[in-house]
Design a binder for this molecule. Structure first.
Ligand code: SAM
Ligand code: DTB
Ligand code: SF4
Length: 331
C-alpha cells in the first residue's frame, strides 16, 4: 500500500527535488509502478470557450488585456460548438474535456448559465467535464457540481512568496479559497503550476509543499512549462530545462502518489525522448489536440504514434467512478 502523507515538510520535499537525477527518476517510477494503471495516460482536450480580453495581469498569459500578444478577443462559443468539439475529442480518445474561459472570476450572469448548459451537454456525451473559469464562490461551485461538473482546474502557478511578482490583481489566498470552494462542492480538484517563470528552486518546492499539504491532494496536478509569449512581461524567459521538468514531475509523483500528474503546456517544444522521460518520472496525463487554449500543441497523430512507441494507452473516462464523489470521499 502506498502511504498518502499530508505532513510533508519543505526540507523533505527539497531533498527529494534535489536528489541525484537518476535516483529521483527511479524512485518516482517505482512509486508509479505500484499503481495498477501505470501504463495508462489520461487524455484531456482543451477548448477555449471565451478567449482573450481578460482583466487580470498574469505575467505569463497571452489572454490578458494588458499585453499586446496578438490574441483576438472572442465572444463565448455556443453550446453546439462545444459539444461538436467534445465529440471530436472523444473520437480521438480524450476522456476529459476542459473548458477554459479568460475570466478573473465567474459572475452570476447569462454567460455562466451558458457554461452550465455546456457542462450538462458534455456530460451527456459520457466524458469527464472540467472547467477553468477563474475564481468561484461556494454557490457557483455547487451549481457547477449540480450540473455534473467532474473537475475544476485552478492553478497555484508559483509559490506564495513569488505570487506577487507574477500576478498583482489577486492573491494566493484568493486562489486557495476557490480551491476550497471546489472541494466543498465535492468536485475533483485539478491544481498545479508553471515552471520557467523565473522562480527559484525554493519557489518550486514551496508550491509543491502547498499542494501536498492540502487536507486532500488535488486529484490532478498539471505541471506546465512556460510557453513564453511575445508581448507579455515574460516574453524573454528561456525555455525551461527538461531536467527541471523531470524533477518537478518526479517530485510531485513521489509526494502525491495517487494524483494524476499532467505533463501540460510546453510539450510542443519537447522531443518524444524528453516526453518519455517525463512519463518515466510518473507523468500520467497530457492535453491532446493541436491547440492548448491559444498556443499550439503536438498533432494528435504524433501523440498517438508516441503512445504506440512507448506502449502507453489512453485511460478510459470515469475510471475513478462516476460520479467521482465516492472516490473523493474515500480519498
Ligand atoms: N482564467 C482562468 C484562471 O486564470 O484560472 C482560467 C484559464 S488560465 C489560462 C489557466 C492556466 O493556464 C493558468 O493558471 C496557467 O497556469 C496556465 N497558463 C496560461 N498561460 C500559460 C503559458 N503561457 N504557459 C504555461 N501555462 C500557462
Ligand atoms: C493547465 O494547467 N494548463 C492549461 C489548462 N490548465 C487550462 C492551459 C495552458 C495554456 C497555455 C497557453 C495557451 O495556450 O494559451
Ligand atoms: Fe486571465 Fe486566467 Fe490569463 Fe490570468 S491566466 S490573464 S486570469 S485568462
Amino acid at each position: 500500500m502506498i502511504e498518502i502523507r499530508h505532513d510533508w515538510t519543505k526540507e523533505e520535499i527539497s531533498e527529494i527535488y534535489n536528489s541525484p537525477l537518476l535516483d529521483l527518476i527511479y524512485r518516482a517510477a517505482s512509486i508509479h509502478r505500484e499503481n495498477a494503471d501505470y501504463g495508462e495516460v489520461q487524455i484531456s482536450s482543451l477548448i477555449s470557450i471565451k478567449t482573450g480580453g481578460c482583466s487580470e495581469d498574469c505575467a505569463y498569459c497571452p489572454q490578458s488585456a494588458r499585453y499586446n500578444t496578438g490574441v483576438d478577443v472572442h465572444a463565448m462559443l455556443s453550446v453546439a460548438q462545444v459539444t461538436d468539439a467534445a465529440r471530436k475529442a472523444k473520437e480521438g480518445g480524450a476522456s476529459r474535456l476542459c473548458m477554459g474561459a479568460a475570466w478573473r472570476e465567474v459572475r452570476d450572469n447569462r454567460d455562466f448559465d451558458k457554461v452550465i448548459d455546456m457542462v450538462k451537454a458534455v456530460n451527456e456525451l459520457d466524458m469527464e467535464v472540467c472547467c477553468t473559469l477563474g475564481m468561484l464562490n461556494e454557490q457557483q461551485a455547487q451549481r457547477l457540481a449540480d450540473a455534473g461538473l467532474y473537475a475544476y482546474n485552478h492553478n497555484l502557478d508559483t509559490s506564495e512568496d513569488d505570487y506577487k511578482r507574477i500576478i498583482t490583481t489577486r492573491t494566493y489566498e484568493d486562489r486557495l479559497r476557490t480551491i476550497e470552494n471546489v472541494r466543498k462542492a465535492k468536485i475533483s480538484v485539478c491544481s498545479g503550476g508553471i515552471i520557467g517563470l523565473g522562480e527559484t528552486e525554493e519557489d518550486r518546492v514551496s508550491m509543491l509543499h502547498t499542494l501536498a499539504t492540502m487536507p486532500r491532494h488535488p486529484e490532478s496536478v498539471p505541471v506546465n512549462a512556460l510557453v513564453a509569449i511575445k508581448g507579455t512581461p515574460l516574453e524573454d524567459q528561456k525555455r525551461v530545462s527538461i531536467w527541471d521538468m523531470v524533477r518537478m514531475i518526479a517530485t510531485a509523483r513521489i509526494i502525491m502518489p495517487k494524483s494524476v500528474v499532467r505533463l501540460s503546456a510546453g510539450r510542443n517544444e519537447m522531443s518524444v525522448t524528453e516526453q518519455a522521460l517525463c512519463f518515466m518520472a510518473g507523468a500520467n496525463s497530457i492535453f491532446a489536440g493541436d491547440k492548448l487554449l491559444t498556443t499550439p500543441n503536438p498533432e494528435y497523430n504524433e501523440d498517438m504514434q508516441m503512445f504506440e512507441l512507448l506502449g502507453l494507452k489512453p485511460r478510459e473516462a470515469f475510471k475513478s467512478g462516476r460520479p467521482q464523489r465516492q472516490a473523493l470521499q474515500d480519498a
